[in-house]
Write a protein that binds this ligand. Structure first.
Ligand code: AHN
Ligand code: ZN
Length: 330
């Protein structure tokens, strides 16, 4: 047996064993879509938590206040520090109660030249009124919005930090919408309309930061930091982007986060993704806390939506799932 013969025999054997290995792997994992291919970086929940706290430390981020301006500047600086190409979209938006809000949508683009894109969304403003507080005296007090607002942004800032360390195959846009939470106060006597909410996302959907902007799909994060949060298939997400819902929940399950991501129908939420779907026509899901006991989460639109409402384990479940999804796109 000469050396060349030995070599080809060996390589044939090697190839066969690799093929056998591949097929046995497929056999135990016969739903092709459930395979997890690429190892994503480890999401750092301590880091995400700090990004949530940094926002909350500005105080309520209510449009037309100095805290809101300062927090917006912080978000821009963070995205720039992480190497994103940053777009700041300024707009004056009119509210249901006849005010004009100085709003900024803040966008960080990674691999801006890529045609293959995924969009990740969250709102960065906080609600001007705690109108769901058990104490009616607090119904005109602005909220800190640690969970309702800051949690999603904190997770996405940590995703941005990871993107700087290791690039994805596709381009990623991290989009922070403003003026989501200026919707009708519970005392409002007029018509309640869904267009009263989500003013920043409605503006962006009509005026994207890049002409002709498109993405394969979008994922919105809203209230992703509460202790023992559960995320269920939200109604409009199912209507417009059912396959994205399935993909994300399957990945979460694979990673061992099935206790957070329940494969059950949740209710509907009038949230930023609705306008991204309806106006920009990008199939977009909402990862949003729902509960049988409360509207969204226990401290929703109350003065208790502060840092005590944030649990790192929930940030970890959402953040790691998100990384696993985006690093596996090609
Ligand atoms: C309603 O469905 C009324 N609001 C969901 C949108 C929202 C408010 N997200 C956070 N705050
Ligand atoms: Zn809210």
């Amino acid at each position: 047996m000469n050396i060349t013969y030995t070599f080809s025999f060996l390589s044939a054997w090697l190839m066969l064993s690799i093929a056998a290995c591949g097929s046995s792997h497929q056999a135990e994992d016969n739903d092709a879509d459930t395979r997890v291919y690429v190892e994503a970086p480890a999401f750092d929940a301590d880091s995400a938590y700090l990004y949530v706290k940094n926002q909350v430390d500005f105080g309520p981020r209510v449009p037309n206040t100095p805290a809101h301006v300062a927090c917006g500047d912080y978000l821009i600086a963070q995205l720039e520090r992480f190497g994103a190409k940053v777009f700041v979209q300024e707009a004056r938006l009119s509210t249901y109660d006849g005010k004009m809000l100085n709003a900024r949508n803040i966008i960080g683009a990674f691999k801006p030249e890529s045609k293959k894109r995924i969009a990740l969304f969250s709102h960065w403003d906080s609600r001007p009124w705690a109108d769901n507080d058990p104490d009616t005296q607090k119904h005109y007090t602005p909220i800190l919005g640690a969970n309702d607002g800051a949690s999603g942004v904190g997770v996405l800032l940590e995703v941005a930090r990871q993107l700087q360390q290791k690039e994805t195959e596709v381009g990623i846009d991290i989009i922070f919408f403003d003026a989501e939470d200026y919707g009708t106060h519970r005392d409002y006597k007029g018509q309640h309309q869904e267009e009263h909410w989500c003013l920043g996302s409605q503006y962006w959907a009509r005026n994207p930061h890049v002409q002709g902007y498109n993405a394969r799909y979008g994922i919105l994060l809203d209230m992703v930091g509460g202790k023992d949060a559960t995320f269920k298939y939200e109604y409009y997400s199912e209507m417009y982007a059912k396959d994205v819902n399935r993909k994300v929940w399957r990945v979460a399950d694979k990673l061992g986060f099935g206790n957070y991501f329940k494969k059950q129908d949740g209710g509907g939420a009038t949230d930023d993704h609705l306008f991204v779907n309806k106006i920009a026509r990008i199939p977009t899901i909402d990862i949003i806390t729902t509960s049988d006991r409360y509207s969204f989460f226990e401290h929703w639109h109350t003065v208790k939506d502060d840092m005590n409402a944030i649990d790192k384990a929930t940030l970890q479940a959402v953040g790691q799932t998100l990384l696993q999804v985006i690093y596996n796109e090609d």
